[in-house]
Design a protein around this ligand. Sequence first.
Ligand SMILES: [Zn+2]
Length: 135
Amino acid sequence: MRRILRREKSGYALGLIFCLVGLFLLAVVSWKAWQDATVSQHVSSDLWSYLWTEQFDFAFGVGFKLIHFTILGAAIFLLGAVIMALSRKWFTLSGETVLLTCPYCKNHWRASRAKGWAECPHCRQFIQPQVTKAH
Ligand SMILES: [Zn+2]
């Protein structure tokens, strides 16, 4: 049970990282577009052709058009959102635990679900645990 929970948390973290990377790429594109928009008027009038023509030139001579960044950023963001949504679903499915109370020693412990009969992990009595709190 514990191992499954951890994997779902890392899935959630992975989704979050994808979302942030996607947002970062989109932010870079908007920042570049905003910078060029301040010097030339044609950007705001024709953003679509601007995205196709304008490109980043890297030091090693490879250029990426802004449209590639836009599509990549949106795709990564959507992928991250899907991973996060799936991770959250799995998390709530298996993360449901109840707090059980022993009627003899009054100690609490967590279980994946309410049980009719169980052995108390504290006093080792075979008891009918009371459900204190459901999560
Ligand atoms: Zn007990």
